[in-house]
Structures are given as C-alpha cells and as structure tokens.
Design a protein. Structure first.
Length: 268
C-alpha cells in the first residue's frame, strides 16, 4: 500500500543558492569552451573569415548539438534526478548556445540586435507552446516526458539568447566588466523581488535563468579576449579547464537535492 503523503521527486534540482552558483559557472564555461572549439580549434569565426569561418561555427554547433541531443535523451530516459547527468546537459546546452548564437549574430550578418530579438522570439515561442500543451511553464513542474522536452528546449533557446544579449551589451560602451555589472545587478534585483515581493515565482525563475547566461558570456569573454579589446587574454582552454574543475568540485560538494512534486504544484 502506497503512502499518499510520501513525496515524489522531479528530475531537476531545487533552485538553491548552490544551484545558481553552479549555473553561472556553467554558463561561463560554455562561453570559453565554445570559443575554444569554434575559434581556437576550428579557426577564427567572424563574418570576414569567409567559408572556413562559417564552417567553424556550424561545426561547433553540430558537435555540441549532437552531444546535447544524446544527453537530453539520457536525461529523459532516467528514472530519477542525477546531478552529474543534469549538469552535463546544462553545460552542453550552454556550449551549443554559444556557437549557435555566434553563428546567428556574426556569420548570418543579422548582428547582435537582430540575433537577440530572433532568439528572444524563440524563447517566448517555446514557453507559449509549453503552456498551451501542459498548462504550466514552471521549471520545477518537470516530471513527465513532454514537460522535460519543453524544459530542455526552452533552456537551450535561453542559453543562446543569453550569449547574443551578453555580446551585444559588452560590445557597446560598457565593455565586459560594465556588462557584467549590469547583468549582475539585474540578478540582484530579481533576488530582491523574490525576497521582498510576491511577484510570480515562475517569471522570476526564467528571468534569472536567462540573465545568468549573458553574465557568464561577458565574464568568459573578459577572461579570454585580447587585452586591446578589454579582456585578460588568458588561454581559452586553460580557462575552460579551471572552470570545468570548479564545476565538478561544486557539484560533488554542494547538496544536490531534487525538487519535490508537491513544491512544483505550488508554483504552477
């Protein structure tokens, strides 16, 4: 006989402080690792780089996209929350988002504003389709196959949007550090709204989730871009290895608990 009061668990982690720390590190890693593959290993990928540059972005996107597809398949097939699998899928989505956003904004020639608006439309379309199909878009209401697929689609679109948005702001008069301050301030504002108001928690979650990506993008660019462009010009691969090591360490040390279905239902 089953206990009706026994909690059931989702396959996503609770959005604790540790979750957000690892998420920011993962987005920064996605920027440096994406640049390592598409720029350092596959050649400079700018609009003026010609056919080889475009192929570099496409090859990087295909590589990380295939990895993401495999990990999402494993995530959906899993019967319970696995921290390593979950964060590996997040990292794959953010690296794929980096190369895809760079391809959209640079190689397609639509620029940062065009790329950001296009990707914002994709995020909103994903959330709209999710809500129309299941009646909820709460990230912590993910306990069925269809909801999981919408979850990962929305996450991938948001990661790609965040890359384009971060590059757009950093390319302006604020630079990498100024852009980091803007996005960090935005996250602090969302945290204040969460603590002091009754603003919809689902809206705040997705706003914070999206904003962590441009923050990671500009911090990653600050680490590996040339000094002449306002960066530290560190090795992209070395920065990626350090960030990857920090993520592995935090995932191993920080509590990684799955969200409960009961808590999810309150956020619908």
């Amino acid at each position: 006989m089953t206990n009706d009061h026994q909690p059931r668990y989702a396959k996503v982690p609770a959005a604790t402080l540790g979750f957000w720390i690892v998420k920011i590190l993962a987005t920064t890693f996605g920027e440096t690792m994406g640049d390592t593959v598409s720029m350092s290993w596959l050649g400079e990928t700018t609009a003026s780089a010609g056919r080889a540059g475009i192929n570099g972005y496409v090859a990087g996107t295909v590589m990380f996209g295939l990895l993401l597809a495999v990990l999402v398949f494993l995530q959906v097939r899993a019967r319970r929350f696995h921290p390593v699998l979950y964060w590996a899928t997040i990292i794959a989505s953010t690296t794929a988002g980096t190369t895809l956003a760079d391809f959209a904004t640079r190689s397609l020639g639509i620029g940062y504003p065009g790329g950001a608006l296009l990707l914002l439309a994709l995020v909103l379309a994903s959330l709209f389709a999710w809500h129309r199909s299941l009646g909820a878009i709460s990230a912590v209401s993910v306990h069925g196959r269809e909801a999981e697929l919408f979850y990962w689609l929305t996450i991938t679109c948001s990661q790609t949007l965040g890359t384009a948005l971060g590059d757009w702001v950093a390319d302006g008069p604020y630079g990498y550090l100024g852009a980091a301050a803007i996005f960090g301030g935005g996250l602090a504002g969302i945290a204040a709204l969460y603590a002091l108001t009754r603003v919809d928690r689902v809206l705040l979650f997705w706003a914070a989730f999206i904003l962590t990506r441009p923050l990671g993008a500009v911090v990653g660019d600050f680490l590996d871009k040339p000094v002449a462009h306002g960066g530290l010009e560190l090795s992209r691969l070395a920065a990626s290895l350090v960030l990857g090591g920090a993520i592995v360490l935090l995932v191993a040390l920080l509590p990684q608990r799955a969200e409960t279905i009961a808590a999810q239902e309150q956020l619908r």
